[in-house]
Ligand binder design. Sequence first.
Ligand SMILES: [Zn+2]
Length: 271
Amino acid sequence: MYINLSPPLQVALSKRSQETGQTPAEIVTIALRQYLEIDEETLFQTSTIGALVEGVYRGDLTIAELRNYGDFGLGTFNDLDGEMVVLDGQVWQLRSDGRAYPVADEVKTPFATVTFWQADWTATLDQPLTYEELQRYLDTLLPSGNIFYAIKISGQFRSVRTRTIERQNQPTRLVEAAARQPVHEFFDVQGDLVGFWTPSYMKTVNVPGYHFHFLSADRQQGGHVLDVCIERVDIGIDDTPRLRMALPDTEEFLGANLTRDTEQELHQAEK
Ligand SMILES: [Zn+2]
């Protein structure tokens, strides 16, 4: 299908393409999806956090497929090979050296959550806040604890402490893998926190409460956020009351025992 674009639209499109690294086709697809209200306010995820806690580290969804369901989100990669950040349609792999790498389309994920980012409202904070204080502030912004929200926090950070889980070559439980994870600390850094609020009643589906991954503004480093102190940030919040799940059609997932209560182990692994 060919569509003629006016010269000003073509200019704006190539400018956006240069800024974000997305192809013009990707930008047009996202814009049309928003305009036509397809998959609006929908969270897409593959597998469950309960399965990840049980050590189901291999999924069947490729990064190319994941990008059809969202341009913003987080997750991990097969064999737990680092932390995932999806931002502006680009997928980044934050590996155990604390560095960020672009990801090939054919790489697979055992757990990821994405949505098409469209902020429903925004706020600015220009006072230093600890992670605890930031979370209490976010509590006042969210109208309800009972639906999912995608949250983007961009700006200047005094410090960010992250962990980046290491590729697992042996079967482990998530809590064991997390106990050996390298921790990195960044000071006076610009970047983005990409994450979600998940209601506590969803605790076997996704990580309950706030869950953020950090990516520096130069797209060079980041990880799963353990602690943060903000300096000056813009906050965007996207209501996502709909959930669409794709459960892996793999022997490992289908054969896993997902009846156990994994709340304690998840808390230990994630915090
Ligand atoms: Zn994480």
